[in-house]
Design a protein around this ligand. Structure first.
Ligand code: HEC
Ligand code: HEC
Length: 130
């Protein structure tokens, strides 16, 4: 079956999210506080990954990100003030581990990793309540 370009991009991004690695992309810089994702990730790839989190959990960016102290209308994406951000880092590490350890999914494997955020969350921030 024909897979559209958009689908293939989504598949690639899901793999990047899950494995926490970037394809050979030029360093972009500008991201100050990345502990799981690669530090040289491009803005475009980072944005797409963040959008998959919004969709997987059914939330907006502000669910994990704190506002700027001097201008609460704007977000401070590098800040770790919201505990949801650190919880998410652990979720990312867990998802990477599950795929590597129990599904033997390697970073060069084609296709979508078996387990992603949406596998458990299904559009809910609190999947245990369902
Ligand atoms: C479910 C939680 C979650 C959601 C929702 C989320 N993010 Fe993030 N975001 C994170 C985490 C965790 C990191 C840090 C990743 C790391 O340490 O590698 C991050 C990092 C970032 C960074 C890099 C900041 C820096 O300089 O270090 C930006 C920019 C960002 N997010 C933007 C967004 C935008 C825009 C949205 C909405 C479209 C969004 N995020 C939604 C969890 C989230
Ligand atoms: C194996 C299943 C599973 C996977 C995969 C998973 N999660 Fe979770 N996640 C859960 C469960 C269950 C909870 C609720 C935990 C609790 O009640 O303490 C949770 C809680 C969370 C929370 C905290 C919500 C809150 O405020 O209490 C965030 C944020 C989150 N997950 C983000 C993510 C992101 C982002 C991913 C993908 C990188 C992900 N999760 C992958 C099962 C999963």
């Amino acid at each position: 079956m024909f897979t559209g370009k958009k689908n293939r991009i989504v598949v690639l991004l899901v793999a990047l999210v899950t494995l926490g690695i970037a394809a050979s992309q030029p360093p972009d810089g500008g991201h100050e506080n990345l502990k799981v994702l690669p530090k040289n990730i491009t803005h475009e790839t980072l944005d797409s990954i963040m959008n998959t989190y919004n969709t997987a959990l059914g939330v907006k960016c502000a669910f994990c990100h704190a506002p700027q102290k001097d201008n609460p209308q704007r977000m401070d994406y590098a800040s770790d003030d919201k505990p949801e951000k650190e919880i998410t880092r652990n979720m990312m590490r867990m998802t990477i581990d599950i795929n590597k350890k129990y599904f033997k999914f390697k970073k060069d494997d084609p296709g979508v990793p078996p387990v992603t955020c949406v596998t458990c969350h299904h559009g809910e921030a609190f999947p245990e309540a369902k």
